[in-house]
Design a protein around this ligand. Structure first.
Ligand SMILES: Cc1cc2nc3c(=O)[nH]c(=O)nc-3n(C[C@H](O)[C@H](O)[C@H](O)COP(=O)(O)OP(=O)(O)OC[C@H]3O[C@@H](n4cnc5c(N)ncnc54)[C@H](O)[C@@H]3O)c2cc1C
Length: 266
C-alpha cells in the first residue's frame, strides 16, 4: 500500500457541508505549481466515514486508495496546500475526508496539473472569476499568488445557496477594500433561508452577467477583446455562462485554440 504522505494541519468548518482543509507533506517538498491547478487527494477504504454519510455511501476494500481531484486554494509559495471541499453525503471520498481530524494522515498526488491558470493571460486584460460553491478555490490561489498585481481589473462573482456557504467571503471583502482593481460580488439563491436576511443579490450568475453588473462595476463593457472569463463549479452554471458568453462573441479557450472563456467543471 502506498503511504499516506501528508498530515492535516488545519480544518475550518465553513458550513455543515463545507470545510477548508490544510495539508502538509511528510518528509518531501511540494512541487512547483501554478495558481489554479489541482492535485489528487486520497484515503484508503479502511478510513472511517463521517456521521453525515448516507446509506448510499460506498464501502470500499480496505486497501483501495480512493482518489479525487481538488483545486488548490492556497498560494503557490506556501509550505502547505489548502483545499475547500464540499461533502457529498453519498460519495466515496468526501465522507472519509470529513471524518479527518488535525494530525491525521492523507495521501496527496505529487504533481499538480491543469490549464485553468491566469498566468498566460496578458496582465493588461481584465478577468472575471466566476464560481459556484467550492469553485472559488482556484481563484483564492490566484488572488493569494499574484493575480492582484495585474494592471487589468479583476472581479470575483461567487454564487451559493446560502450566505454561510460563501467560503472566503471575509477575505474577498477585505481584498476589495485593499485593491482598487478588485471587486467581489456574492449572490445567494435561497435568501428565504437567511435568519438575519440578505441584502445582496439573489439572482443566478447568468442573470447577473446578462444584467450588465460587471459593466456597472467597471464603468466599461467587458468584451472578448478586453476580458477573459473563468468559470468554475457546477456544470449548470459553467454551461449556461459559456452559452451566454459565446452569444456575445467570447470563445472557449482550448489547448490549440486561444479563447477568452476558461472552464473547470467539478
Ligand atoms: C479538476 C477538478 C477539481 C475539483 N476541485 C474540487 C474542489 O476544490 N472542491 C470540491 O469539493 N470538489 C472538487 N472537485 C470534485 C471532486 O473531485 C469530487 O468529485 C467530489 O469531492 C466528490 O467526491 P466523492 O468521492 O465524495 O463522491 P463520488 O463518489 O465521486 O460521487 C458520488 C456522486 O456525487 C456527485 N457529485 C460529485 N461532486 C458533487 C458535488 N459537489 N455536489 C453534489 N454531487 C456531487 C457525482 O456526480 C456522483 O454521482 C473537483 C473535480 C475536478 C474534476
Amino acid at each position: 500500500m502506498e503511504e499516506l504522505n501528508c498530515v492535516v494541519t488545519n480544518i475550518i468548518q465553513v458550513s455543515p457541508i463545507m470545510k477548508i482543509i490544510r495539508v502538509k507533506p511528510i518528509g518531501w517538498d511540494l512541487p512547483e505549481y501554478k495558481a489554479g491547478q489541482f492535485v489528487a487527494l486520497g484515503l484508503y477504504g479502511e478510513a472511517p466515514k463521517c456521521e453525515e454519510a448516507t446509506e448510499e455511501f460506498k464501502e470500499q476494500e480496505a486497501d483501495k486508495l480512493v482518489r479525487r481531484a481538488y483545486s488548490i486554494a492556497s498560494s503557490s509559495t506556501q509550505e502547505y496546500v489548502e483545499f475547500y471541499i464540499t461533502l457529498v453525503h453519498s460519495g466515496s471520498l468526501t465522507p472519509r475526508v470529513f471524518a479527518l481530524n488535525i494530525g491525521d494522515k492523507i495521501w496527496m498526488g505529487k504533481k499538480a496539473v491543469g490549464m485553468f491558470t491566469i498566468d498566460q493571460i496578458d496582465p493588461e486584460q481584465n478577468v472575471v472569476l466566476v464560481a459556484t460553491g467550492t469553485g472559488v478555490a482556484p481563484y483564492m490561489s490566484m488572488l493569494r499568488s499574484n493575480a492582484l498585481s495585474r494592471k487589468g481589473k479583476v472581479m470575483v462573482i461567487h454564487g451559493a445557496s446560502n450566505s454561510w456557504d460563501l467560503g472566503y467571503s471575509s477575505e474577498l471583502s477585505l481584498l476589495e477594500t485593499m485593491f482598487p482593481n478588485f471587486s467581489y460580488y456574492p449572490t445567494v439563491t435561497m435568501p428565504e433561508k437567511e435568519p438575519a436576511g440578505w441584502l445582496g443579490d439573489t439572482r443566478f450568475i447568468q442573470d447577473i452577467w446578462e444584467d450588465g453588473v460587471v459593466e456597472k462595476k467597471w464603468g466599461m463593457k467587458p468584451n472578448a477583446e478586453n476580458t477573459h472569463v473563468f468559470l468554475c463549479g457546477n456544470p449548470n452554471m459553467t454551461n449556461g455562462m459559456t452559452e451566454a458568453l459565446e452569444a456575445e462573441g467570447f470563445k472557449e479557450h482550448k489547448k490549440r485554440e486561444l479563447g477568452q472563456i476558461h472552464v473547470e467543471k467539478f
